[in-house]
Design a protein around this ligand. Structure first.
Ligand code: ADE
Length: 228
């Protein structure tokens, strides 16, 4: 079974619409819908915004649904100059940009205990999403996606995250999903369409382009599942 996590209803609504043989499970405050999607068995959930909610959903998918992989779909703010609204960021890895024990001598973003900064995504999932995006003729970039419990709408903060982690996009869930996937040894990937440029315009752009960006995501996820 493939696990699909989105933070917002908009990020999973279209793909959920195509589910057949549906069954809902209510666990730890969220609904997990199991069903068939383009011939594949999947479980989909709207986890809520931020790292804790996405970690809960990932752990539920690991322990209760025994998923073979986790896909995090959603929108993101662009950090890379090569990306703008409705382009796509394919995560080759995720970092938690707000994890910082640097006063103790650690590098920024280091997750103590497991000594990891970047949670690498699965190469096979990355290749399949790249194929899907190419098939659909969508502008994309592969790179690091930076996660934190902050909506980025400030040029200075944007540059700081971009330069600290060489990240191409920022969002609020992927790094926690990568963390849970890592400790449970489950392949995962983050795929994000760009809703804003994480600058001063982001608070206006994000609601304005959410529908456009999530529609793009829907087509990509559909193509990916056909290729899977
Ligand atoms: N998701 C979409 N845009 C974002 C931004 N600018 N910051 C954090 N998460 C986002």
């Amino acid at each position: 079974m493939i696990g699909i996590i989105g933070a917002l209803e908009e990020e999973i609504a279209l793909i959920k619409n195509d589910l057949t043989d549906k069954k809902d499970y209510f666990i730890s405050g969220s609904t997990y819908t199991v069903g068939k999607l383009f011939g594949k068995e999947v479980v989909i959930t709207k986890c809520g915004v931020g790292k804790v909610f996405s970690a809960i959903a990932s752990e539920v998918m690991a322990l209760k649904f025994n998923v073979e992989c986790i896909i995090n779909t959603g929108v993101a703010g662009a950090l890379s100059e090569n990306l703008t609204v409705n382009d796509v960021a394919i995560g080759v890895g995720t970092v938690q940009h707000d994890m910082d024990t640097s006063p103790l001598g650690d590098p920024k973003g280091l997750i103590s205990g497991i000594n990891v900064i970047t949670f690498e995504s699965d190469a096979n999932l990355t290749n399949k999403f790249e194929r899907a995006v190419k098939d659909l003729n969508i502008n994309y970039e592969k790179g690091i996606i930076a996660t934190g419990d902050q909506f980025i709408s400030d040029k200075t903060k944007k540059e700081e995250i971009k330069n600290s982690f060489n990240a191409i996009a920022c969002e609020m869930e992927g790094g926690a999903i990568g963390h849970v996937a890592f400790v449970n040894k489950i392949p995962y990937i983050v795929i994000r369409s760009i809703s804003d440029n994480a600058n001063g315009d982001a608070k206006v752009d994000f609601p304005k382009f959410l529908e456009l960006a999530t529609t793009t995501l829907y087509h990509i996820t559909k193509r990916f599942l056909e290729l899977y």
